[in-house]
Design a protein around this ligand. Structure first.
Ligand code: ADP
Ligand code: MG
Length: 699
């Protein structure tokens, strides 16, 4: 028989050593990332059931998950088939129906009038009163004190072939080992725990796995209990420390330093039809400082939509080129890549700098020619989507990578890019630009491995966009505004959104809208752009809109980021309530790029929930991306500040960056403390929580 020693280190002890775990179960556990007993203990319940008391039937309400006990008073067979069964159960306070759609033969025979049952299930409103559908039940004897659980029943996230019962048996064993003094080291120094009044690791784990009957279920369900917070804190701390370590590792790598050269820069600035803003100058200087060093830059530039990040990128590129290196610019979509390609070509052709576009749409011959130009180093500036690197494009002397408008760009991607750019034992400098206004505390967690600059000033002469929130019942008025805008030679966007993820449906909706608009406005030139058009078609439509040939552009959210048409002064967004605030802010940033007053109409579908109304009014009240992000975070509406994918990229096991953002300042503080006073705990902490998930490059 297998018996685990109580002195064993649970971080080393394989699940196989627990009773009931054979090869099959071990494999299934491994599927959930659980290999040792420690992993099992960190696999926390999703929710809890309260089976610690029997509820009087008269007190039940739909939605309750409860234990009841009563005597079967009546049994009937509802129409619809032999397997159906309806039992009426009564206790001293009232009655409840038990409904079975598929009662087995044994159940049909076993359930008899007069029997006493104890049931657990969800209470619902039925046709004849409250009922439970397919409850768990067992016979009980009259007069016997019904036995109930001592603890709340944990429900674990699981996978096929691993039952809740199995999880309970395994966690029982693990908790027993822990109670008997098995080793699960409290890595976080006790002093630090005390500072935040956190319980010890063992206390937290046993509470979270087996909360006492009087535990506050609501608090536990919302993962706000101090025992849960204690564990989340430790995980966030481990992540932060690992990112800081990643940053330190990267900072000692080699890179080609760029001497500060000004010939191309001077020419470029002279030709530019505007002056840089103070913020642009400051951020550019910060970048220059990084580029002087023989270590790779890894800097995030955050600047609201329209703050002029492209010029800053151009200035960095010029340093690379004038020092004899190549530069790659990555955009999230082909549309944006094409726009950058045109912008840089316009700016750089006068300086005799060759810019190429690596597109998925290139014909074989063009592609070969482009690849050759990149390999030989004739192409200095290469624009494209991330496909550039997936396709193994070889560079002659790549020393700077710029990633634009990609806030969903995680640690792993950053690490991958850097490896791909490795050349003569030198890593490329990396500049990441985002318009996503992430509140600072969040940014410092997600991007702890990056240096961070903010362009906190818009170019002068912009008039803030006026935003109105209107029900789609008033579509007529909105159509009038389009007519007016176009009559004064302004241009407008009409953005179609759909809740479905399906791109096909999105595009269809946009196509239908475009058709409608063409009937309503026969004299206007109306374009249509969506994700399923070929790159060349998209380019054509965008070009026509940019030159003013088109009055109205019907679009899906593909135009979300980066698209720049200063003459467009009106944007209508359909079903605005369905989009996240960050996305609405991005979209709205497409107007207000010229000197005239611009308008954004957020159209919603009735009925609008109170939360949705509140969120839309934030959009009306401010155009400041940071404020919007902060409010969004506070409201925690469905439009998350960060996409779920973003937090997913950190591959957190139990923490949730949004839910637990209140812990972030403490985590930062604690990380700094550990770095200076208890650096010996850093490696074990990272090992416990991250295992191998972030291990790129320099091991
Ligand atoms: P974003 O930060 O959203 O990428 P862009 O780089 O596309 O913004 O710039 C938005 C618009 O503002 C462009 O038309 C650009 O030429 C213009 N622009 C950038 N910097 C300035 C400036 N300092 N003064 C005036 N216009 C500027
Ligand atoms: Mg941009």
């Amino acid at each position: 028989m297998k018996t685990a020693q109580k002195t064993e280190d649970l971080g080393q002890l394989p699940c196989l050593s627990l009773q009931g775990v054979g090869k099959r179960v071990a494999e299934r556990l491994a599927h959930l990332g659980i290999t040792c007993v420690q992993d099992l203990l960190f696999h926390l319940p999703l929710r809890y059931q309260d089976r610690t008391r029997v509820y009087p039937m008269a007190t039940l309400a739909p939605g309750d998950h409860v234990v009841v006990e009563g005597v079967i008073e009546n049994i009937s067979q509802p129409v619809g088939g032999r397997t159906r069964l309806l039992c009426q159960l009564r206790d001293a306070s009232g009655r409840l129906f038990l409904r079975f759609f598929y009662a087995t033969a044994a159940q049909r025979q076993g359930l008899q009038i007069g029997l006493r049952l104890r049931c657990f299930g969800e209470v619902r409103r039925g046709s004849q009163g409250l009922e439970m559908i397919h409850p768990e039940y067992m016979l009980s004897q009259a007069g016997m004190i019904p036995q109930v659980d001592e603890n709340l029943t944990p429900i674990y996230p699981t996978t096929e072939g691993l039952s809740q019962l199995m999880f309970r048996k395994l966690t029982d064993q693990a908790l027993n080992l822990l109670a008997q003094g098995a080793m699960l080291q409290d890595i976080v120094p006790a002093k630090l725990l005390q500072q935040f009044s956190f319980p010890t690791l063992a206390e937290s784990l046993s509470y979270v796995h087996r909360p006492p009957a009087d535990a506050p279920v609501d608090v536990l369900m919302e993962k706000q209990h101090i025992s849960q917070k204690r564990l989340v804190f430790e995980e966030l701390l481990a992540h932060r420390l690992s990112m800081l370590r990643l940053k330190q590792d990267f900072q000692v790598q080699n890179a080609f330093p760029f001497e500060k050269k000004q010939t191309l820069t001077q020419q470029f600035l002279k030709a530019l039809p505007f002056q840089l803003t103070h913020a642009q100058t400051r951020v550019t200087d910060e970048i220059y400082q990084d580029l002087l060093k023989p270590h790779p830059m890894l800097r995030l530039v955050q600047g609201d939509v329209g703050s002029g990040k492209t010029v800053v990128a151009a200035l960095a590129i010029l340093q690379a080129v004038e020092n004899g290196f190549q530069c790659a610019i990555l955009a999230p979509t082909e549309l944006l890549a094409e726009q950058h390609y045109r912008t840089f070509q316009k700016w750089f052709s006068a300086l005799q700098i060759s810019v190429v576009m690596m597109s998925g749409q290139l014909k074989a011959a063009e592609r070969r020619a482009t690849e050759a130009a990149i390999l030989q180093g004739d192409a200095k500036v290469v624009v494209g989507t991330h496909a550039i690197f997936q396709k193994n494009t070889a560079f002659s002397k790549l020393a700077l990578i710029i990633v634009d408008e990609q806030h969903r760009f995680g640690v792993q991607q950053r690490a991958m890019l850097r490896e791909k750019g490795l050349h003569e034992n030198c890593y490329p400098h990396q500049l990441i630009m985002t318009a996503t206004p992430i509140p600072r505390t969040l940014a410092m967690s997600v991007y702890a491995d990056l240096d961070y600059s903010v362009i906190d000033e818009l170019p002068p002469g912009r008039t803030p966009v006026m935003t109105t929130v209107i029900s789609n019942a008033r579509r007529e008025e909105i159509l009038n505004r389009i007519r007016e805008a176009c009559a004064t030679h302004r241009q407008a966007y009409w953005v179609c959104t759909l809740i479905e993820e399906s791109e096909v449906l999105q595009c269809q909706a946009a196509e239908n809208t475009a058709l409608q608009m063409r009937t309503i406005f026969p004299d206007l030139k109306i374009g249509l752009i969506h994700g399923r058009l070929k790159a060349a078609e998209k380019e054509q439509v965008m070009a026509a809109f940019k030159t003013g040939e088109l009055n109205l552009l019907v679009a899906t959210t593909v135009i979300e980021v980066g698209v720049d048409v200063p003459n467009a002064s009106l944007m209508v967004i359909e079903n605005a309530e369905r989009l996240g605030l960050a996305q609405l802010h991005q979209l709205r940033g497409r107007v207000g790029r010229g000197a005239v007053a611009s308008h954004c109409v957020l159209m919603y579908q009735n009925p609008l929930s109170a939360l949705a109304r509140q969120r839309l009014s934030i959009m009306r009240e401010t155009t400041d991306g940071f404020k919007i992000a902060q409010r969004d975070l506070e409201l925690r509406g469905p439009g998350e500040v960060l996409g779920t994918r973003q937090t997913g990229e950190l591959s957190l096991r139990i923490a949730d960056l949004l839910r637990d953002s209140d812990l972030l300042p403490a985590v930062q503080q604690a990380a700094t403390l550990l770095q200076s006073h208890s650096s010996e705990v850093i490696a074990p902490l990272i090992k416990r929580w991250l295992r191998d998930s972030i291990r790129y490059g320099h091991v």
